[in-house]
Each structure stands twice: as structure tokens, then as C-alpha cells.
Design a protein around this ligand. Structure first.
Ligand code: UD1
Ligand code: CA
Length: 450
């Protein structure tokens, strides 16, 4: 049985921000939310977030999550003081508690799980996650005996020159036997450079306290300032891209590509430089994205190409080509074997199979059948200044270049629209519609010079 408590009451002075540190976003999710998520695998019996500085904002930021409890630390007198606030809320709790700094968003769930498992198999009073860092600056230093039992933790600012040489640091991730911790917490002093109650001081009152080194030290990176936040984003990106490359995705110049964790890719997807995949996007096998494309909350089929284009909240079927310079948005649904070409914008429209919109068009609120050919420059005039109206186009219909379809309007099947037409009325199947003034030639007419 394990409960989880997250320390999220600090202001995060070093962020130089109005927003509480733990609410800063890292690739779409706040730091505290990421810490909470890293505990999911453990199925914690309780999830407690200790809030203080702008506590209501932090609570609001987590209001969509069920089962999260909030405990207030009204004055921020240190990490030990923060954990002391738990005592009245865990009076009857027997079991272990995982305490995590709210600013460590890169933890892997497996790491926390093995921390808890080690803690329980060794029957420790406390087990701490530690790491040997190439640059330990800013972290508390952990001193152990030869059996990895911790003798002391000293914050950097309290270290002498020799102690600073120790590069084994405290990750701020702890598993405690709650009963023993609750007995130790009242003993904390403020006997340190910051005159704060340090949680790390509990190691002086607990036994045994074991240190476990994390395999990949990047996981424990604490975010204290904007540089560390940007660096964490890069670490996260490297992780995501390595994962997909191992799963069979090809990336050209991966440094220039960004991919959200929520994206799903199939083997043999090719991602070209300067492409960005965001939100809940799915991309099918053999599809080539980029160079220079943005895909957001969209589902792209197999063997599609999306070249220098933006696809948002939309669906694209197998073997369709998009771009260069196309923009699909607002739930555009493009079937398979279509072509959406140069400088085409499609909003909230459905295209049937084998339908082409190859050049310079705007389709909004339109429903197109199969094998439709939308001529260059065809526009659906879907907005009368007040309301949006639908356009329907039947199978096999062809619109001429520069035609305007004034919605609401329906073109039947096998209709041909003459170039330059402004179609304002419905057109039955198998018609040629010409809606423009007839060409006249006025002979012997020329501009007379003065
Ligand atoms: C802390 C550890 C340090 C460790 C490092 C790892 C202590 C004394 N030091 O230092 O050994 O190497 O984390 O990143 O614990 N918080 C509260 N209430 C408070 C103070 C802080 O909730 O009164 C929260 C903060 O919001 C933050 C977390 O505790 O999420 C850590 O606080 P921070 O000030 O960043 O601690 P560090 O100086 O980084
Ligand atoms: Ca910190």
C-alpha cells in the first residue's frame, strides 16, 4: 500500500514568474501533473498535493483530475514543514508514502516502482532516490556508508568545499514508512543557512535509510528556472524520438522535429525536417510528413504525403497527398486516394474517394462525393456575414477554374461547372452550368488618344 504526496507549495522564485512553478507547462502538461502521472503505475491509495503559494490556482490547474486531495501549507517554511502538514490528514494511515518534489517532471514510472519495491523488500524506514551527477550544482549532497545507507544529507549552501566535491545528490524523491516519518517530523530544526525546516534532516532520526541510484540521471532533473525547463523539454523530446526511431520511424534531421508524447506513429513513417506532430495525432505506416509540416490532433492514414502543410483536427485517408502549402482544419475529412494541392484551405468539409482539389481553393462546410474534380481557384462562399451555409457536390462533378459556389447550394452528380461561374442555385445531375455573362466583342473599339 502506498500513498503519494507531492510538494507543490513553493513559489519557485527562480522562475521569475507570476505563475506558480509547478503550473508551468512542459510539452503541454504542467510540472505537477507530470509528477502525478509518473505515479500512476503504483496505483496509489491516496494522492495528496501540498499547496501554498497561489494554492487555489494550483488546485484549479488539477481540478480535472479525480481523487487528488489538497493540503495547505499556509507559510512556506521549507520542504520538511510542508510534509509536517500531512500529519493531521494521515492520522490513521499505516503504510508507505512516496514523497516527491513537484518540480521533477521527468521521472519514469518504472523508476518509482522499483524505488517502492526496494523500500519494501529491505523494510527500510526510508529509501531515497539519488544520482551521481557530472554537475551536482544546486542539489543537496548525500553521504552514505559502504552499504549505501545514508548518514547525512547536506544542502549545497551548507556544504564546505570538501563536501561539495561529493557528486551524489538527493533527487527529492523519497519513500517513507509513514508511521516512522510521522514520529521524526516533529524533530526537525531550522538549523541551516536558509533557516527552513528541511525534509532531508529526517535522515538523522530514521534508520535504516537507503540510497538508490537512478540509472539515467536526467530523470531526476529538478526544474528551478527557465533554462532547466527548456532543457527538460529537450530531454523529453530526445526520449520520445528515440522511442519512435526504435519502433521503426525514420527521421531526417531529428533535432529539427518535435513530437508530443500523445502522438502515435506506425513503422515506416518518415518525418522530414522542421515537422511538428502535436496532440492526439495518429500517423499510418509508410506516410511521409514534411518537410515543414504541422500535424495537430489529426489522424493520417497510410502512404500519405503531407508536404509543407498544416493539418489540424482533421482526418486524411490512405494514399492521399496533401500540399505543398495546404491547410486542413476544423474537422476536415479527406477520404483515400485524394489530392489536396497547392494553396488549398479546407475547413469542416468531407471529400469522397479519388477527389482532387489541386490548386488555390477554399472549401468550407462542404460535402463532396467521389471522383470530384475541383478546378483551380474554386471557392465555396459559405458565409453570408451572419451564418455559415453548406455546399454539396455529387460524384464525378467538375468545377471550372475560378468558380464560386454560393452556399447553401447543391450540385448533383456528373455536373460540369463552366469556368468563372457564380453558382447561386441548385444544379441537377448531368448538367453543364454556365453562370456568367456571355462574352461580347465590340468591333472597331479602341482607346482614342487625346
Ligand atoms: C530540494 C532538496 C535537495 C534536493 C533537491 C532536488 C530540501 C531541503 N532540499 O532542494 O536536497 O537535491 O530538492 O531537486 O528538501 N516546497 C514546498 N514548501 C516549501 C518549500 C518547498 O511545498 O515550504 C516544494 C516546492 O514547491 C518544490 C519542492 O518543494 O516543488 C522542492 O523545493 P525547492 O525549493 O525547489 O528545493 P531545492 O532547493 O531544489
Ligand atoms: Ca528544486
Amino acid at each position: 500500500m502506498v500513498a503519494v504526496a507531492i510538494l507543490a507549495a513553493g513559489k519557485g522564485t527562480r522562475m521569475k514568474s507570476d505563475l506558480p512553478k509547478v503550473l508551468h507547462l512542459l510539452a503541454g502538461r504542467s510540472l505537477v501533473e507530470r509528477v502525478l502521472d509518473s505515479c500512476n503505475l503504483l496505483q496509489p491509495t491516496r494522492q495528496i498535493v501540498i499547496v501554498g503559494y497561489q494554492g487555489t490556482k494550483v488546485q484549479q490547474g488539477l481540478s480535472h483530475r479525480q481523487k487528488v486531495e489538497f493540503v495547505e501549507q499556509t507559510e512556506q517554511l521549507g520542504t520538511g514543514h510542508a510534509v509536517q502538514q500531512l500529519i493531521p490528514h494521515l492520522q490513521d494511515y499505516e503504510g508507505d508514502i512516496l514523497v516527491l518534489n513537484g518540480d521533477a517532471p521527468l521521472l519514469r514510472p518504472e523508476t518509482l516502482q522499483s524505488l517502492v519495491t526496494s523500500h519494501q523488500t529491505h523494510k527500510n524506514a526510508a529509501t531515497l532516490l539519488t544520482a551521481k551527477l557530472p554537475n551536482p550544482q544546486g542539489y543537496g549532497r548525500v553521504f552514505c556508508n559502504e552499504e549505501n545507507l545514508i548518514t547525512q544529507i547536506i544542502e549545497e549552501r551548507d556544504c564546505n568545499q570538501q563536501q561539495k566535491q561529493n557528486n551524489r545528490v538527493n533527487a527529492g524523491i523519497y519513500c517513507f514508512n509513514w508511521q516512522k516519518l510521522a514520529e521524526a517530523l516533529p524533530k526537525l530544526s531550522t538549523n541551516n543557512d536558509q533557516k527552513e525546516y528541511y525534509l532531508t534532516e529526517v535522515v538523522d532520526y530514521l534508520e535504516p535509510v537507503m540510497a538508490i541510484d537512478v540509472e539515467d540521471y536526467q530523470e531526476i532533473s529538478g526544474i528551478n528556472d527557465r533554462l532547466q525547463l527548456a532543457n527538460a523539454y529537450n530531454i523529453l523530446q530526445t526520449r520520445i524520438k528515440e522511442h519512435w526511431m526504435r519502433a521503426g520511424v525514420m527521421m531526417l534531421n531529428p533535432e529539427s522535429i518535435t513530437i508530443d508524447e500523445t502522438v502515435e506513429l506506425q513503422p515506416d513513417v518518415v518525418i522530414e525536417p522542421q515537422s511538428h506532430l502535436r496532440g492526439h495525432s495518429k500517423i499510418g505506416a509508410g506516410t511521409r510528413i514534411g518537410p515543414g509540416s504541422l500535424i495537430e490532433n489529426s489522424t493520417i492514414g497510410e502512404n500519405v504525403t503531407v508536404l509543407y502543410s498544416v493539418v489540424r483536427d482533421s482526418e486524411v485517408g490512405n494514399n492521399t497527398t496533401v500540399g505543398p502549402y495546404a491547410h486542413l482544419r476544423g474537422s476536415a475529412k479527406i477520404a483515400q486516394d485524394c489530392r489536396v494541392g497547392n494553396f488549398v484551405e479546407i475547413k469542416k468539409s468531407t471529400l469522397g474517394e479519388n477527389t482532387n482539389v489541386a490548386h488555390l481553393s477554399y472549401l468550407g462546410d462542404a460535402t463532396l462525393g467521389d471522383r470530384v474534380n475541383v478546378g483551380a481557384g474554386t471557392i465555396t462562399a459559405n458565409y453570408d456575414g451572419v451564418k455559415k451555409h453548406p455546399t454539396n457536390i455529387g460524384n464525378n462533378t467538375k468545377t471550372g477554374s475560378n468558380s464560386v459556389l454560393v452556399a447553401p447550394v447543391t450540385l448533383g452528380e456528373n455536373v460540369t461547372v463552366a469556368a468563372g461561374s457564380v453558382v447561386t442555385k441548385d444544379v441537377p445531375d448531368r448538367c453543364l452550368v454556365i453562370a456568367r455573362s456571355r462574352q461580347r466583342e465590340i468591333p472597331n473599339w479602341e482607346i482614342t488618344s487625346r
